[in-house]
Design a protein around this ligand. Structure first.
Ligand code: SF4
Ligand code: ZN
Ligand code: ZN
Length: 309
């Protein structure tokens, strides 16, 4: 197998692009894909301040690396989720990456803020861990970006994440989620920061190859709560389709974004207002984060009162 650019020995084959690359040309391919996504979808400019949501996994660290390397003003935000040793190791990996590059890293502790980490929150709310975790992450990414004057929040969602979410949304006909699924969510309210996904056209395997070739030390260990998540089943199904028919994932997502999402947007009548408690943008009087925090508080306060008595 030879590199399609220089004919040297290729180390990464991309069947969906009918191509193969040597290490330097593979890195160039990834950089070009990301640069093209940023430019074509007007994600951000060199003058804007970007807050990168970093978990310590391959996608978020690769994204941060790509943005820093391209000269963007990109700070990291790591949220401590309180998921035992997994969270401890995620924070260590993220810190080591930031220290090595002398990049600004903002750390936020969910347990300190709510009095509960993701596992306890899941028990209190009687909901799957990922549901409370996702709600908190979305809320604090936006709030911290707003409070600290960032122009945009960038996340490391890749093609596999996006197609698995799309499949789940279609299987359950989640109308609201479908209309919000996009690599760019513009600022539609003064309390909402723009959200972008510059890696949305690259697969998980492609990002892992990028990290390997760049020597990025990332957390290979998955969150223990990921095991039961439906998204893994959807990814597995999509991988089988992709294997038989390379390019299917890209077609599925791009077809939705080009042809179907504009129809949903044209009929979108969602009106946003400020939450009566915290002032963040929401569709209801009190936002779902404040309602969740209220339930969590009612659980935590009696427990601490018992301890103090
Ligand atoms: Fe949170 Fe679920 Fe992801 Fe774990 S797998 S980090 S609980 S969203
Ligand atoms: Zn080459
Ligand atoms: Zn609120």
């Amino acid at each position: 197998m030879r590199c399609i650019k220089c004919a040297h020995k290729a180390s990464v084959e991309l069947r969906r692009h009918h191509s193969a690359y040597c290490p330097p040309h593979y890195l160039e391919f990834v950089r070009n894909q990301v640069a093209r996504n940023i430019k074509r979808l007007k994600m951000f400019t060199q003058q804007e301040r970007i807050l990168v949501a970093v978990s310590g996994g391959k996608d978020s660290l690769a994204l941060w690396d790509l943005l820093l390397e391209a000269g963007y003003s990109a700070s990291g935000l790591h949220i401590h989720l309180g998921i035992g040793d997994y969270s401890v190791r995620s924070a260590q990996t993220t810190r080591a990456f930031a220290d090595e590059r002398k990049a600004e890293l903002i750390e936020f502790d969910l347990e300190r803020e709510l009095g509960l980490g993701v596992p306890e929150l899941s028990k209190v709310l009687k909901r799957a861990p990922c549901s409370g975790c996702g709600l908190n992450k979305r809320y604090f990414f936006n709030k911290i970006a707003l409070d600290q004057g960032f122009d945009v929040v960038a996340t490391g969602h890749n093609l596999d994440d996006e197609t698995a979410t799309l499949l789940g949304n279609v299987l359950h006909w989640q109308h609201d989620s479908l209309s919000r699924q996009s690599p760019v969510l513009e600022r539609t309210h003064p309390k909402l920061v723009k959200k972008v996904k510059p890696l949305y056209s690259l697969t998980e395997r492609e990002m892992a190859s990028y990290c390997l070739l760049k020597g990025i030390d990332y957390m290979e260990e998955e969150c223990p709560n990921a095991a039961g998540a439906h998204s893994l089943l959807y990814k597995d199904v999509l991988n089988r389709i992709e294997f038989e028919s390379p390019g299917s994932k890209q077609q599925f997502l791009q077809g939705f974004l080009d042809r179907f999402r504009p129809l949903l947007q044209a009929n979108d009548t969602t009106e946003l207002r400020e939450c009566a408690v915290c002032g963040q943008a929401t569709t209801s009087e009190i936002c779902s984060f404040c309602r969740m925090r209220d339930r969590a508080k009612r659980h935590v306060e009696p427990a601490s009162a018992n301890r103090n008595s």
